[in-house]
Design a protein around this ligand. Structure first.
Ligand code: SAM
Length: 276
């Protein structure tokens, strides 16, 4: 029997299925991605195809990856004509396990749109920002608090905000209240846009050093940054305690600064001066 009625598919909690009902939010995701007929869009978790439908309406080519086998036949039927004319390709699988090179995607040659379960947000950032095949833009629905932390609404940076901003500019597009999803989740959401994605930030420093230093900097939140750095880097002759103080002075970073006070460029300058 073919599933014609979307209500027959009961949302699976284990796959974070909260389907987006708000047309305003769906269109805001499309607009944030500036999607046109020239684009190839990778959509993660098409679900019942609400967002997919809107992306297809722009004329863009869509490759959608859905893990839930119950939705595959439904989506194939819903988008049969677009599948036939080559505009839509559905992949049944787990996005976290998918090798992007096998589906013909090239770096910054596609846009990523995702309304995904929030427990994989971090893994999606890692795969698509620090991975080799980056999208040019990433539009993602995240928990509202995560969006606020990434854009550093309170002007305090975090490991998360720095790890994202090193790869692109982050913007909170709009808040999406929990009432706009079915079933209604426990938390409010927000649409986050990460634009101008590249690895240009890593022209003078390596990704490995960047993550090592910021993780060290944030290791003990209550300590001052210089104390955190001293623990790991202050033992070598090149980066002794005295040298750390001098580096901070030269870079005009207060010795009393905490990790959350430093901006992305401060970290870059710091890393360039540390012997790691
Ligand atoms: N995009 C739809 C919408 O906006 O209504 C559905 C969103 S729902 C929050 C998340 C979707 O991601 C579900 O369809 C779920 O089955 C799918 N999903 C969950 N984990 C996944 C994974 N690892 N890989 C691909 N799809 C996944």
């Amino acid at each position: 029997m073919h599933i014609k009625n979307t209500n027959i598919i009961h949302a699976k909690k284990s796959l974070g299925q909260n389907f987006l009902k708000s047309k305003t939010a769906l269109l805001a995701m499309i607009n944030a991605g500036e999607i046109t007929s020239k684009d190839t869009v990778l959509e993660i978790g098409p679900g019942q195809g609400a967002l997919t439908e809107k992306i297809l309406e722009t004329g863009a080519k869509v490759i959608a990856v859905e893990k839930d086998d119950r939705l595959i036949e439904f989506l194939n039927e819903k988008f049969a004509s677009q599948t036939q004319n080559g505009q839509f390709t559905l992949i049944h699988g787990d996005i976290l396990e998918l090798d992007l090179s096998t589906i013909g995607l090239k770096t910054v040659d596609y846009k990523l749109i995702a309304n995904i379960p929030y427990y994989i947000t971090g893994l999606i950032f890692r795969k698509f920002l620090s991975g080799d095949i980056q999208p040019s833009k990433l539009v993602i629905m995240v928990q509202k608090e995560i969006a606020d932390r990434i854009i550093a609404r309170d002007n305090k940076e975090s490991l998360l905000s720095l790890s994202v901003k090193a790869y692109g500019t982050a913007k909170k597009v709009m808040k999406v209240d929990k009432e706009n999803f079915s079933p209604k989740p426990k938390v409010d959401s927000a649409i986050l846009l990460i634009n101008n994605i590249s690895k240009d930030f890593f022209d003078k420093i390596s990704e490995k050093d960047f993550f090592e230093v910021i993780k060290t900097g944030f290791a003990h939140k209550r300590k001052m940054l210089i104390a955190n750095l001293k623990e790991k880097f202050g033992t070598t002759a090149q980066t002794s305690q005295n040298n750390l103080q001098k580096i901070f002075q030269d870079l005009k970073i207060s010795e009393k600064a905490r990790s959350e006070d430093l901006k992305l460029e401060d970290w870059k300058n710091l890393i360039k001066n540390l012997s790691i």
